[in-house]
Design a binder for this molecule. Structure first.
Ligand code: ADP
Ligand code: MG
Ligand code: ZN
Length: 609
Protein backbone atom coordinates (compact mmCIF):
# COMPACT_ATOMS: atom_id res chain seq x y z
CA UNK A 1 0.00 0.00 0.00
CA UNK A 2 1.32 3.39 -0.87
CA UNK A 3 0.61 6.29 1.35
CA UNK A 4 0.20 9.61 -0.37
CA UNK A 5 0.23 12.53 1.99
CA UNK A 6 -0.24 16.13 1.21
CA UNK A 7 2.93 18.09 1.96
CA UNK A 8 2.33 20.61 4.69
CA UNK A 9 4.78 23.20 5.89
CA UNK A 10 4.54 24.13 9.55
CA UNK A 11 4.38 27.78 10.57
CA UNK A 12 7.87 27.62 12.01
CA UNK A 13 9.10 27.17 8.44
CA UNK A 14 7.96 30.67 7.52
CA UNK A 15 9.52 32.15 10.63
CA UNK A 16 12.81 30.57 9.69
CA UNK A 17 12.61 32.07 6.19
CA UNK A 18 12.00 35.57 7.58
CA UNK A 19 14.84 35.18 10.04
CA UNK A 20 17.19 34.03 7.31
CA UNK A 21 16.33 36.98 5.06
CA UNK A 22 16.99 39.41 7.89
CA UNK A 23 20.37 37.89 8.67
CA UNK A 24 21.34 38.03 5.01
CA UNK A 25 20.32 41.69 4.78
CA UNK A 26 22.47 42.43 7.77
CA UNK A 27 25.49 40.79 6.26
CA UNK A 28 25.03 42.57 2.95
CA UNK A 29 24.43 46.03 4.39
CA UNK A 30 27.00 46.01 7.13
CA UNK A 31 29.74 43.83 5.84
CA UNK A 32 32.43 45.67 7.73
CA UNK A 33 30.77 45.32 11.06
CA UNK A 34 30.55 41.64 10.73
CA UNK A 35 33.53 39.88 12.17
CA UNK A 36 35.62 43.09 12.32
CA UNK A 37 37.45 43.43 15.56
CA UNK A 38 38.79 46.72 16.77
CA UNK A 39 42.18 46.56 18.47
CA UNK A 40 42.76 49.20 21.12
CA UNK A 41 46.31 50.54 21.16
CA UNK A 42 47.99 53.35 23.04
CA UNK A 43 48.96 56.62 21.37
CA UNK A 44 52.65 55.71 21.38
CA UNK A 45 52.03 52.58 19.36
CA UNK A 46 50.00 54.65 16.92
CA UNK A 47 52.89 57.09 16.50
CA UNK A 48 55.38 54.25 16.05
CA UNK A 49 53.20 52.70 13.36
CA UNK A 50 52.92 56.09 11.65
CA UNK A 51 56.70 56.47 11.60
CA UNK A 52 57.09 53.01 10.18
CA UNK A 53 54.50 53.92 7.48
CA UNK A 54 52.33 51.08 8.67
CA UNK A 55 49.10 53.07 8.70
CA UNK A 56 46.92 52.87 5.63
CA UNK A 57 43.80 54.86 6.40
CA UNK A 58 43.12 57.13 9.31
CA UNK A 59 40.01 58.80 10.63
CA UNK A 60 40.22 61.37 13.41
CA UNK A 61 37.18 61.98 15.52
CA UNK A 62 36.42 64.13 18.53
CA UNK A 63 37.54 61.59 21.10
CA UNK A 64 38.81 58.61 19.13
CA UNK A 65 41.13 57.92 16.24
CA UNK A 66 40.40 54.94 14.03
CA UNK A 67 43.03 53.61 11.67
CA UNK A 68 43.93 50.56 9.67
CA UNK A 69 47.27 48.96 8.97
CA UNK A 70 48.76 48.28 5.58
CA UNK A 71 48.55 44.53 5.57
CA UNK A 72 46.57 42.58 2.95
CA UNK A 73 43.56 42.30 5.22
CA UNK A 74 43.79 45.48 7.21
CA UNK A 75 43.02 45.32 10.93
CA UNK A 76 41.10 48.16 12.49
CA UNK A 77 42.66 49.98 15.44
CA UNK A 78 41.45 52.65 17.79
CA UNK A 79 43.37 54.99 20.02
CA UNK A 80 42.72 58.07 22.16
CA UNK A 81 43.77 61.41 20.63
CA UNK A 82 46.17 63.65 22.56
CA UNK A 83 46.61 67.33 22.28
CA UNK A 84 49.07 66.91 19.45
CA UNK A 85 49.24 69.95 17.16
CA UNK A 86 51.68 68.21 14.80
CA UNK A 87 49.40 65.28 14.19
CA UNK A 88 48.15 66.42 10.83
CA UNK A 89 51.68 67.02 9.57
CA UNK A 90 52.78 63.66 10.78
CA UNK A 91 49.89 61.97 9.11
CA UNK A 92 50.62 63.83 5.92
CA UNK A 93 54.24 62.82 6.00
CA UNK A 94 53.46 59.16 6.61
CA UNK A 95 51.48 59.17 3.39
CA UNK A 96 48.32 57.57 4.77
CA UNK A 97 44.91 58.21 3.43
CA UNK A 98 42.40 60.34 5.28
CA UNK A 99 39.15 58.57 4.99
CA UNK A 100 36.30 56.96 6.86
CA UNK A 101 37.26 53.80 8.69
CA UNK A 102 34.11 53.08 10.62
CA UNK A 103 30.72 53.19 8.88
CA UNK A 104 28.93 56.36 9.77
CA UNK A 105 25.55 57.73 9.17
CA UNK A 106 23.88 55.90 6.41
CA UNK A 107 22.38 57.26 3.38
CA UNK A 108 19.24 58.87 4.85
CA UNK A 109 17.00 57.00 2.45
CA UNK A 110 18.51 53.64 3.40
CA UNK A 111 18.31 54.50 7.08
CA UNK A 112 14.65 55.41 6.73
CA UNK A 113 14.01 52.21 4.83
CA UNK A 114 15.69 50.06 7.43
CA UNK A 115 14.17 51.65 10.50
CA UNK A 116 10.60 52.19 9.29
CA UNK A 117 9.70 50.42 6.09
CA UNK A 118 11.43 47.08 6.62
CA UNK A 119 9.98 46.30 10.06
CA UNK A 120 6.51 47.15 8.80
CA UNK A 121 6.94 44.92 5.77
CA UNK A 122 8.20 42.07 7.94
CA UNK A 123 5.35 42.36 10.43
CA UNK A 124 2.72 42.55 7.74
CA UNK A 125 4.22 39.48 6.06
CA UNK A 126 4.22 37.47 9.31
CA UNK A 127 0.65 38.56 10.01
CA UNK A 128 -0.39 37.46 6.54
CA UNK A 129 1.26 34.08 6.90
CA UNK A 130 -0.30 33.51 10.29
CA UNK A 131 -3.77 34.38 9.16
CA UNK A 132 -3.35 32.17 6.12
CA UNK A 133 -2.21 29.28 8.26
CA UNK A 134 -5.15 29.86 10.56
CA UNK A 135 -7.54 30.01 7.61
CA UNK A 136 -6.08 26.79 6.39
CA UNK A 137 -6.94 25.06 9.62
CA UNK A 138 -10.33 26.70 10.07
CA UNK A 139 -11.25 26.26 6.45
CA UNK A 140 -14.28 27.90 4.87
CA UNK A 141 -14.41 31.58 5.54
CA UNK A 142 -15.77 34.40 3.45
CA UNK A 143 -12.72 34.95 1.29
CA UNK A 144 -12.91 33.76 -2.26
CA UNK A 145 -10.77 30.74 -2.95
CA UNK A 146 -10.54 30.03 0.73
CA UNK A 147 -12.57 26.90 0.13
CA UNK A 148 -9.42 25.03 -0.65
CA UNK A 149 -8.29 25.50 2.94
CA UNK A 150 -9.57 23.48 5.86
CA UNK A 151 -8.19 20.22 4.60
CA UNK A 152 -8.87 17.14 6.64
CA UNK A 153 -5.32 15.83 6.31
CA UNK A 154 -6.76 12.36 5.87
CA UNK A 155 -4.15 9.98 4.63
CA UNK A 156 -5.03 8.62 1.25
CA UNK A 157 -4.05 5.04 0.71
CA UNK A 158 -3.84 3.79 -2.79
CA UNK A 159 -3.79 0.08 -3.24
CA UNK A 160 -0.60 -1.34 -4.63
CA UNK A 161 1.07 -4.72 -4.92
CA UNK A 162 2.34 -4.71 -1.36
CA UNK A 163 -1.02 -3.97 0.26
CA UNK A 164 -2.55 -5.96 3.09
CA UNK A 165 -5.02 -8.54 1.84
CA UNK A 166 -7.75 -10.53 3.56
CA UNK A 167 -5.39 -13.50 3.71
CA UNK A 168 -3.22 -11.52 6.13
CA UNK A 169 -6.10 -11.47 8.57
CA UNK A 170 -6.53 -14.86 10.17
CA UNK A 171 -9.74 -16.04 11.79
CA UNK A 172 -12.50 -13.43 11.98
CA UNK A 173 -14.30 -15.20 9.17
CA UNK A 174 -17.66 -13.53 9.76
CA UNK A 175 -16.11 -10.09 9.71
CA UNK A 176 -14.22 -10.90 6.54
CA UNK A 177 -17.34 -12.24 4.85
CA UNK A 178 -19.18 -9.10 5.75
CA UNK A 179 -16.49 -6.82 4.44
CA UNK A 180 -15.99 -8.96 1.35
CA UNK A 181 -19.48 -7.90 0.34
CA UNK A 182 -18.49 -4.26 0.64
CA UNK A 183 -15.48 -4.87 -1.55
CA UNK A 184 -17.63 -6.69 -4.08
CA UNK A 185 -20.07 -3.81 -4.17
CA UNK A 186 -17.30 -1.38 -4.95
CA UNK A 187 -16.13 -3.62 -7.78
CA UNK A 188 -19.49 -4.24 -9.43
CA UNK A 189 -22.07 -1.81 -8.14
CA UNK A 190 -24.47 -2.54 -11.03
CA UNK A 191 -24.97 -6.11 -9.81
CA UNK A 192 -26.51 -4.68 -6.66
CA UNK A 193 -28.30 -1.80 -8.32
CA UNK A 194 -30.09 -4.10 -10.79
CA UNK A 195 -31.90 -5.82 -8.00
CA UNK A 196 -32.45 -2.60 -6.10
CA UNK A 197 -30.17 -3.37 -3.19
CA UNK A 198 -28.61 -0.47 -1.43
CA UNK A 199 -25.23 -0.87 0.20
CA UNK A 200 -25.01 0.00 3.87
CA UNK A 201 -23.59 3.47 4.16
CA UNK A 202 -21.54 2.75 7.20
CA UNK A 203 -19.96 -0.37 8.66
CA UNK A 204 -18.89 -0.22 12.27
CA UNK A 205 -16.23 -2.67 13.45
CA UNK A 206 -16.52 -3.29 17.17
CA UNK A 207 -14.36 -5.46 19.41
CA UNK A 208 -11.69 -5.52 22.07
CA UNK A 209 -8.32 -3.89 21.40
CA UNK A 210 -5.84 -5.83 19.32
CA UNK A 211 -8.35 -8.05 17.54
CA UNK A 212 -7.46 -6.71 14.12
CA UNK A 213 -10.04 -4.01 13.42
CA UNK A 214 -7.55 -1.60 11.94
CA UNK A 215 -5.91 -4.48 10.10
CA UNK A 216 -9.26 -5.52 8.59
CA UNK A 217 -9.97 -1.99 7.38
CA UNK A 218 -6.57 -1.87 5.70
CA UNK A 219 -7.25 -5.24 4.14
CA UNK A 220 -10.49 -3.88 2.68
CA UNK A 221 -8.45 -1.07 1.13
CA UNK A 222 -5.96 -3.56 -0.22
CA UNK A 223 -8.68 -5.70 -1.77
CA UNK A 224 -10.98 -3.01 -3.06
CA UNK A 225 -8.45 -1.15 -5.16
CA UNK A 226 -10.25 2.16 -4.64
CA UNK A 227 -9.00 5.26 -2.85
CA UNK A 228 -8.99 4.74 0.88
CA UNK A 229 -9.17 7.73 3.20
CA UNK A 230 -7.95 6.82 6.65
CA UNK A 231 -8.25 9.17 9.60
CA UNK A 232 -8.26 8.63 13.33
CA UNK A 233 -11.03 10.08 15.47
CA UNK A 234 -8.53 11.95 17.59
CA UNK A 235 -7.37 13.89 14.55
CA UNK A 236 -10.72 15.64 14.49
CA UNK A 237 -10.31 16.91 17.99
CA UNK A 238 -9.03 20.43 17.63
CA UNK A 239 -8.27 23.29 19.87
CA UNK A 240 -10.77 25.72 18.39
CA UNK A 241 -14.47 25.30 18.03
CA UNK A 242 -15.43 24.59 14.45
CA UNK A 243 -12.18 23.17 13.19
CA UNK A 244 -13.13 19.55 13.74
CA UNK A 245 -16.41 20.10 11.91
CA UNK A 246 -14.51 21.64 9.03
CA UNK A 247 -12.23 18.66 8.81
CA UNK A 248 -15.25 16.37 8.60
CA UNK A 249 -16.74 18.53 5.84
CA UNK A 250 -13.52 18.48 3.89
CA UNK A 251 -13.05 14.74 4.30
CA UNK A 252 -16.47 14.03 2.83
CA UNK A 253 -15.99 16.58 0.07
CA UNK A 254 -12.82 14.81 -1.00
CA UNK A 255 -14.48 11.43 -0.69
CA UNK A 256 -17.35 12.53 -2.89
CA UNK A 257 -14.96 13.71 -5.57
CA UNK A 258 -13.05 10.44 -5.50
CA UNK A 259 -16.07 8.09 -5.34
CA UNK A 260 -16.13 5.11 -5.44
CA UNK A 261 -13.94 5.09 -2.36
CA UNK A 262 -13.71 4.09 1.28
CA UNK A 263 -13.49 6.39 4.26
CA UNK A 264 -12.10 4.81 7.41
CA UNK A 265 -12.51 6.54 10.77
CA UNK A 266 -10.47 4.68 13.37
CA UNK A 267 -11.27 5.02 17.09
CA UNK A 268 -14.52 6.78 16.27
CA UNK A 269 -15.48 6.91 19.95
CA UNK A 270 -13.27 9.98 20.38
CA UNK A 271 -15.75 12.05 18.35
CA UNK A 272 -18.84 9.87 18.51
CA UNK A 273 -19.46 9.98 22.27
CA UNK A 274 -23.04 10.41 23.46
CA UNK A 275 -24.01 14.03 23.55
CA UNK A 276 -24.90 15.44 26.91
CA UNK A 277 -28.69 15.40 27.20
CA UNK A 278 -28.77 17.89 30.03
CA UNK A 279 -26.55 20.41 28.34
CA UNK A 280 -25.32 21.31 31.78
CA UNK A 281 -21.76 22.15 32.60
CA UNK A 282 -21.12 23.69 29.21
CA UNK A 283 -20.57 20.32 27.54
CA UNK A 284 -17.98 20.11 24.84
CA UNK A 285 -19.06 22.35 22.00
CA UNK A 286 -16.23 21.42 19.73
CA UNK A 287 -16.87 17.70 19.97
CA UNK A 288 -20.59 18.13 19.60
CA UNK A 289 -20.21 20.25 16.49
CA UNK A 290 -17.85 17.71 15.00
CA UNK A 291 -20.31 14.90 15.67
CA UNK A 292 -23.22 16.91 14.27
CA UNK A 293 -21.25 17.61 11.14
CA UNK A 294 -20.47 13.90 10.78
CA UNK A 295 -24.16 13.03 11.12
CA UNK A 296 -25.12 15.65 8.56
CA UNK A 297 -22.50 14.49 6.09
CA UNK A 298 -23.55 10.87 6.44
CA UNK A 299 -27.12 11.81 5.61
CA UNK A 300 -25.98 14.02 2.78
CA UNK A 301 -24.82 11.53 0.19
CA UNK A 302 -26.55 8.60 -1.38
CA UNK A 303 -25.05 5.19 -0.76
CA UNK A 304 -25.38 4.39 -4.46
CA UNK A 305 -22.62 6.83 -5.22
CA UNK A 306 -20.10 4.35 -3.91
CA UNK A 307 -18.70 5.97 -0.79
CA UNK A 308 -18.52 3.40 2.00
CA UNK A 309 -17.70 4.53 5.50
CA UNK A 310 -15.85 2.14 7.78
CA UNK A 311 -15.31 2.93 11.41
CA UNK A 312 -13.74 1.05 14.30
CA UNK A 313 -14.16 1.32 18.04
CA UNK A 314 -13.62 -0.70 21.18
CA UNK A 315 -16.18 1.25 23.16
CA UNK A 316 -19.42 0.90 21.19
CA UNK A 317 -21.52 1.52 24.29
CA UNK A 318 -20.30 5.11 24.50
CA UNK A 319 -21.37 5.98 20.96
CA UNK A 320 -24.21 8.38 20.36
CA UNK A 321 -27.35 6.47 19.37
CA UNK A 322 -27.84 8.83 16.43
CA UNK A 323 -24.69 7.42 14.86
CA UNK A 324 -25.98 3.88 15.07
CA UNK A 325 -29.40 4.30 13.57
CA UNK A 326 -30.11 2.83 10.13
CA UNK A 327 -28.92 5.05 7.33
CA UNK A 328 -25.73 5.83 9.14
CA UNK A 329 -23.68 3.02 10.65
CA UNK A 330 -26.38 0.51 9.91
CA UNK A 331 -24.14 -2.50 9.89
CA UNK A 332 -22.24 -3.54 12.94
CA UNK A 333 -19.50 -6.12 12.51
CA UNK A 334 -18.22 -7.73 15.71
CA UNK A 335 -14.50 -8.46 15.71
CA UNK A 336 -14.25 -10.67 18.76
CA UNK A 337 -11.31 -12.26 20.52
CA UNK A 338 -10.24 -15.27 18.44
CA UNK A 339 -11.39 -18.76 19.39
CA UNK A 340 -9.08 -21.77 19.47
CA UNK A 341 -9.12 -22.20 15.70
CA UNK A 342 -8.68 -18.50 15.17
CA UNK A 343 -5.73 -18.35 17.53
CA UNK A 344 -4.08 -21.23 15.75
CA UNK A 345 -4.61 -19.54 12.38
CA UNK A 346 -3.26 -16.21 13.63
CA UNK A 347 -0.19 -17.91 15.08
CA UNK A 348 0.40 -19.55 11.71
CA UNK A 349 0.08 -16.28 9.80
CA UNK A 350 2.66 -14.62 11.99
CA UNK A 351 4.88 -17.70 12.29
CA UNK A 352 5.16 -17.75 8.51
CA UNK A 353 7.50 -14.81 8.90
CA UNK A 354 9.97 -16.66 11.16
CA UNK A 355 12.03 -19.83 10.83
CA UNK A 356 10.48 -22.68 12.77
CA UNK A 357 11.61 -26.04 14.10
CA UNK A 358 9.75 -28.88 12.44
CA UNK A 359 7.97 -30.17 15.52
CA UNK A 360 6.12 -26.99 16.46
CA UNK A 361 2.58 -27.77 17.59
CA UNK A 362 0.47 -24.68 17.03
CA UNK A 363 -2.61 -26.26 18.50
CA UNK A 364 -0.95 -26.70 21.88
CA UNK A 365 0.26 -23.11 21.88
CA UNK A 366 -3.15 -21.82 20.84
CA UNK A 367 -4.77 -23.76 23.67
CA UNK A 368 -2.36 -22.39 26.23
CA UNK A 369 -2.88 -18.84 24.97
CA UNK A 370 -6.57 -18.84 25.78
CA UNK A 371 -8.05 -15.35 25.80
CA UNK A 372 -5.16 -13.77 23.91
CA UNK A 373 -5.95 -11.22 21.21
CA UNK A 374 -4.46 -11.23 17.71
CA UNK A 375 -2.04 -8.50 18.68
CA UNK A 376 -0.88 -10.50 21.70
CA UNK A 377 -0.42 -13.62 19.57
CA UNK A 378 1.63 -11.65 17.05
CA UNK A 379 3.68 -10.39 19.95
CA UNK A 380 4.17 -13.92 21.27
CA UNK A 381 5.60 -15.15 17.99
CA UNK A 382 7.99 -12.24 17.96
CA UNK A 383 9.05 -12.81 21.57
CA UNK A 384 9.71 -16.46 20.73
CA UNK A 385 11.91 -15.45 17.78
CA UNK A 386 13.81 -13.02 19.99
CA UNK A 387 14.34 -15.74 22.58
CA UNK A 388 15.70 -18.07 19.89
CA UNK A 389 18.20 -15.40 18.85
CA UNK A 390 19.21 -14.79 22.47
CA UNK A 391 19.97 -18.46 22.82
CA UNK A 392 21.98 -18.52 19.61
CA UNK A 393 19.60 -20.75 17.66
CA UNK A 394 18.64 -20.33 14.05
CA UNK A 395 15.02 -21.35 14.42
CA UNK A 396 12.13 -21.06 16.84
CA UNK A 397 11.22 -24.10 18.92
CA UNK A 398 8.08 -25.17 20.73
CA UNK A 399 9.76 -24.23 23.97
CA UNK A 400 10.40 -20.67 22.77
CA UNK A 401 6.73 -20.28 21.97
CA UNK A 402 5.68 -21.78 25.28
CA UNK A 403 7.94 -19.45 27.19
CA UNK A 404 6.78 -16.43 25.18
CA UNK A 405 3.17 -17.05 26.19
CA UNK A 406 4.28 -16.73 29.77
CA UNK A 407 6.29 -13.62 28.94
CA UNK A 408 3.26 -11.96 27.39
CA UNK A 409 0.95 -13.08 30.21
CA UNK A 410 3.21 -12.70 33.23
CA UNK A 411 6.31 -10.81 32.15
CA UNK A 412 9.91 -11.89 31.86
CA UNK A 413 11.57 -14.26 34.29
CA UNK A 414 13.27 -12.41 37.07
CA UNK A 415 16.12 -14.79 37.71
CA UNK A 416 18.08 -12.49 39.97
CA UNK A 417 15.23 -11.91 42.37
CA UNK A 418 16.24 -13.80 45.49
CA UNK A 419 13.56 -15.43 47.55
CA UNK A 420 14.53 -16.60 51.01
CA UNK A 421 14.16 -20.33 51.64
CA UNK A 422 11.13 -19.67 53.79
CA UNK A 423 9.53 -17.60 51.03
CA UNK A 424 10.29 -20.24 48.44
CA UNK A 425 8.62 -22.78 50.64
CA UNK A 426 5.54 -20.60 51.11
CA UNK A 427 5.27 -19.87 47.39
CA UNK A 428 5.65 -23.58 46.59
CA UNK A 429 2.85 -24.52 48.95
CA UNK A 430 0.72 -21.66 47.65
CA UNK A 431 1.05 -22.71 44.02
CA UNK A 432 0.75 -26.44 44.69
CA UNK A 433 -2.47 -25.70 46.50
CA UNK A 434 -4.00 -23.93 43.56
CA UNK A 435 -3.09 -26.95 41.47
CA UNK A 436 -4.19 -29.49 44.03
CA UNK A 437 -7.59 -27.92 44.65
CA UNK A 438 -8.07 -27.65 40.89
CA UNK A 439 -7.09 -31.29 40.34
CA UNK A 440 -9.19 -32.68 43.16
CA UNK A 441 -12.36 -31.08 41.87
CA UNK A 442 -14.08 -32.34 38.80
CA UNK A 443 -14.99 -29.62 36.25
CA UNK A 444 -11.67 -27.82 36.61
CA UNK A 445 -9.25 -27.16 33.80
CA UNK A 446 -6.25 -29.53 33.98
CA UNK A 447 -3.02 -28.15 35.32
CA UNK A 448 -0.40 -27.62 32.62
CA UNK A 449 2.49 -26.12 34.49
CA UNK A 450 3.45 -24.89 37.93
CA UNK A 451 6.39 -22.62 38.51
CA UNK A 452 7.90 -20.56 41.30
CA UNK A 453 10.24 -18.51 39.11
CA UNK A 454 9.37 -14.87 39.82
CA UNK A 455 8.21 -12.73 36.91
CA UNK A 456 8.65 -9.05 36.18
CA UNK A 457 4.91 -8.52 36.58
CA UNK A 458 5.39 -9.14 40.30
CA UNK A 459 4.01 -12.66 40.38
CA UNK A 460 6.18 -14.87 42.54
CA UNK A 461 4.92 -18.00 40.89
CA UNK A 462 1.89 -19.25 39.10
CA UNK A 463 -0.13 -22.23 38.08
CA UNK A 464 -1.16 -22.51 34.47
CA UNK A 465 -4.39 -24.31 33.72
CA UNK A 466 -5.20 -25.14 30.13
CA UNK A 467 -8.65 -26.15 28.98
CA UNK A 468 -8.77 -29.11 26.62
CA UNK A 469 -11.19 -27.32 24.37
CA UNK A 470 -12.78 -23.96 23.93
CA UNK A 471 -15.26 -23.07 26.66
CA UNK A 472 -18.28 -20.97 25.92
CA UNK A 473 -20.55 -21.72 28.85
CA UNK A 474 -19.65 -21.97 32.51
CA UNK A 475 -21.87 -23.84 34.92
CA UNK A 476 -22.44 -22.66 38.44
CA UNK A 477 -20.39 -25.54 39.74
CA UNK A 478 -17.44 -24.65 37.51
CA UNK A 479 -17.52 -21.08 38.72
CA UNK A 480 -17.57 -22.23 42.31
CA UNK A 481 -14.67 -24.56 41.65
CA UNK A 482 -12.72 -21.68 40.14
CA UNK A 483 -13.27 -19.66 43.28
CA UNK A 484 -12.18 -22.62 45.39
CA UNK A 485 -9.03 -22.98 43.29
CA UNK A 486 -8.26 -19.30 43.76
CA UNK A 487 -8.68 -19.51 47.52
CA UNK A 488 -6.52 -22.64 47.60
CA UNK A 489 -3.25 -20.71 47.74
CA UNK A 490 -4.19 -18.88 50.89
CA UNK A 491 -5.67 -22.04 52.42
CA UNK A 492 -2.26 -23.72 52.34
CA UNK A 493 -0.61 -20.83 54.13
CA UNK A 494 -3.14 -21.19 56.91
CA UNK A 495 -2.92 -24.94 57.06
CA UNK A 496 0.85 -25.37 56.95
CA UNK A 497 2.39 -22.12 58.18
CA UNK A 498 -0.40 -20.93 60.46
CA UNK A 499 0.12 -17.38 59.24
CA UNK A 500 -1.08 -15.56 56.17
CA UNK A 501 0.84 -13.42 53.66
CA UNK A 502 0.20 -10.75 51.05
CA UNK A 503 0.85 -13.27 48.28
CA UNK A 504 -2.82 -13.93 47.69
CA UNK A 505 -3.91 -10.38 46.78
CA UNK A 506 -4.38 -11.17 43.10
CA UNK A 507 -6.32 -14.35 43.88
CA UNK A 508 -8.57 -12.43 46.24
CA UNK A 509 -9.38 -9.86 43.58
CA UNK A 510 -10.26 -12.50 41.01
CA UNK A 511 -12.33 -14.59 43.42
CA UNK A 512 -14.32 -11.54 44.50
CA UNK A 513 -15.01 -10.56 40.91
CA UNK A 514 -16.27 -14.02 40.06
CA UNK A 515 -18.45 -14.30 43.16
CA UNK A 516 -19.92 -10.87 42.55
CA UNK A 517 -20.74 -11.68 38.95
CA UNK A 518 -22.50 -14.87 40.09
CA UNK A 519 -24.73 -12.85 42.39
CA UNK A 520 -25.39 -9.74 40.32
CA UNK A 521 -25.13 -10.80 36.70
CA UNK A 522 -25.50 -14.55 36.26
CA UNK A 523 -28.63 -14.90 38.42
CA UNK A 524 -27.13 -17.78 40.36
CA UNK A 525 -28.64 -17.09 43.76
CA UNK A 526 -32.02 -18.06 45.18
CA UNK A 527 -32.70 -14.67 46.70
CA UNK A 528 -32.25 -12.55 43.63
CA UNK A 529 -33.29 -15.12 41.09
CA UNK A 530 -32.89 -13.88 37.52
CA UNK A 531 -32.60 -10.19 38.26
CA UNK A 532 -29.81 -8.16 36.75
CA UNK A 533 -28.38 -6.03 39.49
CA UNK A 534 -25.34 -4.91 37.62
CA UNK A 535 -24.78 -4.19 33.96
CA UNK A 536 -21.51 -4.23 32.12
CA UNK A 537 -20.71 -0.71 30.99
CA UNK A 538 -17.77 -1.38 28.76
CA UNK A 539 -17.86 -4.81 27.30
CA UNK A 540 -14.50 -4.71 25.54
CA UNK A 541 -12.43 -2.60 27.87
CA UNK A 542 -12.05 -4.38 31.19
CA UNK A 543 -15.75 -5.06 31.67
CA UNK A 544 -16.51 -2.46 34.32
CA UNK A 545 -19.96 -2.72 35.80
CA UNK A 546 -22.45 -0.27 37.16
CA UNK A 547 -24.69 -1.09 40.07
CA UNK A 548 -28.31 -0.01 40.09
CA UNK A 549 -30.17 -0.99 43.24
CA UNK A 550 -31.27 0.20 46.67
CA UNK A 551 -28.67 0.54 49.43
CA UNK A 552 -30.20 -2.38 51.35
CA UNK A 553 -29.95 -4.59 48.29
CA UNK A 554 -26.36 -3.49 47.81
CA UNK A 555 -25.54 -4.48 51.38
CA UNK A 556 -27.22 -7.84 50.83
CA UNK A 557 -25.21 -8.39 47.66
CA UNK A 558 -22.00 -7.73 49.54
CA UNK A 559 -23.01 -10.24 52.18
CA UNK A 560 -23.78 -12.89 49.58
CA UNK A 561 -20.45 -12.33 47.87
CA UNK A 562 -18.71 -12.84 51.18
CA UNK A 563 -20.72 -15.99 51.85
CA UNK A 564 -19.94 -17.45 48.45
CA UNK A 565 -16.20 -16.91 48.76
CA UNK A 566 -16.19 -18.15 52.35
CA UNK A 567 -17.95 -21.38 51.44
CA UNK A 568 -15.43 -22.12 48.70
CA UNK A 569 -12.53 -21.23 50.97
CA UNK A 570 -13.80 -23.79 53.48
CA UNK A 571 -14.17 -26.34 50.71
CA UNK A 572 -10.57 -25.76 49.63
CA UNK A 573 -9.35 -26.12 53.20
CA UNK A 574 -11.21 -29.40 53.55
CA UNK A 575 -9.80 -30.77 50.29
CA UNK A 576 -6.29 -29.90 51.41
CA UNK A 577 -6.65 -31.38 54.89
CA UNK A 578 -7.84 -34.62 53.32
CA UNK A 579 -4.77 -34.76 51.09
CA UNK A 580 -2.14 -33.32 53.34
CA UNK A 581 0.48 -35.98 52.60
CA UNK A 582 0.33 -35.25 48.86
CA UNK A 583 0.45 -31.54 49.57
CA UNK A 584 3.75 -31.85 51.42
CA UNK A 585 5.25 -34.21 48.89
CA UNK A 586 4.33 -32.06 45.88
CA UNK A 587 5.38 -28.81 47.51
CA UNK A 588 8.83 -30.18 48.37
CA UNK A 589 9.17 -31.43 44.81
CA UNK A 590 8.24 -28.04 43.34
CA UNK A 591 10.51 -26.18 45.74
CA UNK A 592 13.44 -28.28 44.53
CA UNK A 593 12.65 -28.19 40.82
CA UNK A 594 11.24 -24.63 40.51
CA UNK A 595 9.09 -25.63 37.54
CA UNK A 596 7.09 -28.81 37.10
CA UNK A 597 4.84 -29.89 34.28
CA UNK A 598 1.25 -30.98 34.52
CA UNK A 599 2.25 -34.59 33.86
CA UNK A 600 4.81 -34.66 36.67
CA UNK A 601 2.23 -33.20 38.96
CA UNK A 602 -0.43 -35.76 38.04
CA UNK A 603 2.03 -38.66 38.32
CA UNK A 604 2.93 -37.82 41.90
CA UNK A 605 -0.69 -37.15 42.76
CA UNK A 606 -1.84 -40.47 41.39
CA UNK A 607 0.97 -42.59 42.89
CA UNK A 608 -0.48 -45.23 45.15
CA UNK A 609 -1.57 -43.94 48.50
P1 ADP B 1 -7.28 -3.18 16.73
O1 ADP B 1 -7.37 -2.10 15.73
O2 ADP B 1 -8.47 -4.10 16.74
O3 ADP B 1 -6.98 -2.70 18.12
P2 ADP B 1 -5.06 -3.97 15.12
O4 ADP B 1 -5.77 -4.16 13.84
O5 ADP B 1 -4.32 -2.71 15.26
O6 ADP B 1 -6.07 -4.12 16.35
O7 ADP B 1 -4.11 -5.22 15.35
C1 ADP B 1 -2.81 -5.08 15.84
C2 ADP B 1 -1.90 -6.15 15.26
O8 ADP B 1 -2.27 -7.43 15.75
C3 ADP B 1 -1.99 -6.27 13.77
O9 ADP B 1 -1.13 -5.39 13.15
C4 ADP B 1 -1.62 -7.72 13.53
O10 ADP B 1 -0.22 -7.88 13.47
C5 ADP B 1 -2.11 -8.41 14.76
N1 ADP B 1 -3.43 -9.04 14.53
C6 ADP B 1 -4.57 -8.75 15.20
N2 ADP B 1 -5.59 -9.52 14.76
C7 ADP B 1 -5.10 -10.31 13.78
C8 ADP B 1 -5.66 -11.32 12.94
N3 ADP B 1 -6.95 -11.67 13.02
N4 ADP B 1 -4.85 -11.92 12.05
C9 ADP B 1 -3.55 -11.59 11.96
N5 ADP B 1 -2.96 -10.66 12.72
C10 ADP B 1 -3.70 -10.01 13.64
MG1 MG C 1 -7.06 -0.10 15.99
ZN1 ZN D 1 -2.22 -17.54 44.11
Amino acid sequence: MKKVERPKKPLIFYYMVVLLVMILLNILLFPRLMGQEITRVDYGTFLTMLEGRDVAVVEVEQDVIYFTDTSEEPGVYATVPFNDPDLVDRLWESGCKFDQVMPKEMNPFLSFFLTFILPIVVFVAIGQLMSRALMKRMGGGAMGGAMQFGKSNAKVYIASETGIKFTDVAGEDEAKENLQEVVDFLHNPQKYQEIGARMPKGVLLVGPPGTGKTLLAKAVAGEAGVPFFSISGSEFVEMFVGMGANKVRDLFKQANEKAPCIVFIDEIDTIGKKRDASGMGGGNDEREQTLNQLLTEMDGFEGSKGVVILAATNRPETLDPALLRPGRFDRRVPVELPDLQGREAILKVHAAKVKLAEDVDFNAIARAASGASGAELANMVNEAALRAVRQGRRFVTQEDLQESIEVVIAGYQKKNKILSDKERMIVSYHEIDHALVAALQTHSAPVAKITIIPRTSGALGYTMQVEQEERNLMSREELENQIATLTGGRAAEELVFHSITTGASNDIEKATKLARAMVTRYGMTEDFDMVALETVTNQYMGGDTSLACAPETSAKIDQMVVDTVKAQHQKALKLLTDNEAKLHELSKFLCEKETITGEEFMRILEQGD
